[in-house]
Design a protein around this ligand. Structure first.
Ligand SMILES: NC(=O)c1ccc[n+]([C@@H]2O[C@H](COP(=O)([O-])OP(=O)(O)OC[C@H]3O[C@@H](n4cnc5c(N)ncnc54)[C@H](OP(=O)(O)O)[C@@H]3O)[C@@H](O)[C@H]2O)c1
Length: 253
């Protein structure tokens, strides 16, 4: 297989969490690889800015905010992408909310529901809506952004970790049910320098401790996660499904 298999020309990609951080980097990398890309999130100004960067690369895009906790907004988003861009070939779901810095005995039901509502229920709702469309069309690739927090026990942001472990479970179930038409994979990043991670990585003592756990000795930039998403979106990964791809500087070793 040549490197041309990584080319995404002609594909239509929907990227949640596409307004900033890892989602934005993935949206731009997919546009660089040739795809038409719709970046979405709740913040109109951020997705407008990213849509502008996508257009500057000569690709088609749309601006449609969407809260992934709301099934009617997901339905409206997918309908509009299909109506105006023809289809969805790729879904990258990077939308999630921040870790809550609390031990589990302190977590309230509302906090649990809020994080699960976006990180896990939102992932299910999005997958269901886009998956129905992809199954009908006979093809597609779904990529969920999980976390190494979903692969190990962590302290102080347990609800987030449980949501990401659940997301990995969702990926495995969908990969089996929707094969061979739709491939479903997860990327599990380690610590990446984004708004979400800033309170932790900006803390001198905590970040020093974390760096000691990372063999490569630093935190990632969002652009270092994006190439894997291009691989999983493209035909280069056509035999990969149900997998969790870890990019963590060796932290899990
Ligand atoms: N940074 C890390 O160290 C790290 C490590 C492992 C995994 N991850 C994962 O990587 C993904 C991207 O995170 P990031 O670090 O890039 O964080 P970020 O900069 O905070 O970006 C999160 C994105 O999700 C969107 N979002 C949040 N709630 C949403 C909702 N209800 N509906 C739609 N969009 C929503 C945000 O936009 P709005 O707030 O405008 O809606 C934003 O675009 C997440 O899944 C995160 O769990 C991050």
């Amino acid at each position: 297989m040549s490197v041309k298999a990584f080319d995404c020309t002609g594909k239509v990609a929907l990227v949640t969490g596409g307004g900033r951080g890892i989602g934005r980097a993935i949206a731009l990398a997919l546009a660089d690889a040739g795809a038409d890309v719709v970046p979405t999130s709740r913040t109109q100004t951020q997705i407008e800015a990213v849509a502008g960067e996508i257009e500057a690369r000569g690709r088609r895009t749309l601006v449609q905010p969407c809260d992934v906790a709301d099934p009617s907004q997901i339905e409206a988003l997918v309908r509009r992408v299909v109506d105006e861009l023809g289809r969805v070939d790729v879904l990258v779901n990077a939308a999630a909310i921040s870790p809550l810095w609390k031990r589990m005995e302190e977590v309230t039901e509302d906090e649990w529901d809020r994080i699960m509502g976006v990180n896990l229920r939102g992932a299910f709702l999005l997958s269901r809506e886009v998956g129905r469309h992809m199954l009908e069309r006979g093809g597609g690739s779904i990529v969920h952004i999980a976390s190494i927090a979903g692969l190990k026990g962590v302290t102080h942001f347990g609800v987030y970790a449980v949501s990401k472990a659940g997301l990995i479970g969702l990926v495995r179930v969908l990969a089996r049910e929707w094969a061979p038409q739709v491939r479903v994979n997860a990327i599990a990043p380690g610590w990446v320098r984004t708004d979400m991670a800033r309170p932790v990585l900006g803390h001198p003592e905590i970040s020093k401790g974390l760096l000691r756990e990372i063999p490569l000795g630093r935190f990632a930039e969002p652009e270092e996660i994006a190439p894997l998403a291009v691989y999983l979106a493209s035909d280069a990964s056509k035999f990969a499904t149900g997998q969790v791809f870890v990019v963590d500087g060796g932290q899990l070793l």
